[in-house]
Design a protein around this ligand. Sequence first.
Ligand SMILES: [Zn+2]
Length: 258
Amino acid sequence: MGIIKIGPSGMGGVKEAEEILEEFNRVKFGNCEVAFTHSVYMNKEQAEKIGKLAKKNKIELSIHAPYFVNLNSEEKAKIHASMQRILKCCEIGHYLEAKNIVFHPGYYGKSKDKEETFQNIKKRILEMMEIIKEKKWEVELCPETMGKINVFGSIEEISRLSKETGCSFCIDFAHILARDKKVDYEKIKKLFSQKNWHCHFSGIEYTEKGERNHINLKKEQWKELFDNIPKDKNITIVCESPNRVEDCIEGLEVLKGR
Ligand SMILES: [Zn+2]
């Protein structure tokens, strides 16, 4: 049997960290994804301190890297800046003891050539993995499955990246629904045979082009998720809905009642 952990995205500011982590422990959350989506808002010392507090409160941390990333940009400077942003998260993640560093890999280039995009992103991931190894940072790169059809990050592309580079991954079920119009759990299980899954979950509104915005979850959606995810894996579920704390509490209740 694997272990399922549930927790929200967002921990809040450095000053509130202690109080929030204690509260998350009290309501039995297993994890929390620190949102560096707009900036990496803590330094090494603060990260070490918060990492210890998380451990004390039995909260596994992960990081969401800045949105402003494109590993397939036409401009070299933008690729470099994107890598620097992800690597900064890796450095702080090492001190936070946040193993999984989630990021949006990039866009299909002007040519819209999917294979070329894949190869470019793969190359950048391998370069970052080399640096992570050199620096001895204990983190894993997790490119995320993306919710818009014109953005790189189908389940097949993320699975292939993981297989060909050895990087980890983030399975965002809401994004998969918005992109593919259904969640094919059997296919996902085949594509991601690894023991540990890092996942995102929320309700979602979408059009034929994919994701529009995240919405709150219903009990039935938690039930459907638990009915379909594999039982033999360790699965960390980060809830990204607007009412993420309440939704996580409901998810835990649904899980407990099974
Ligand atoms: Zn994301």
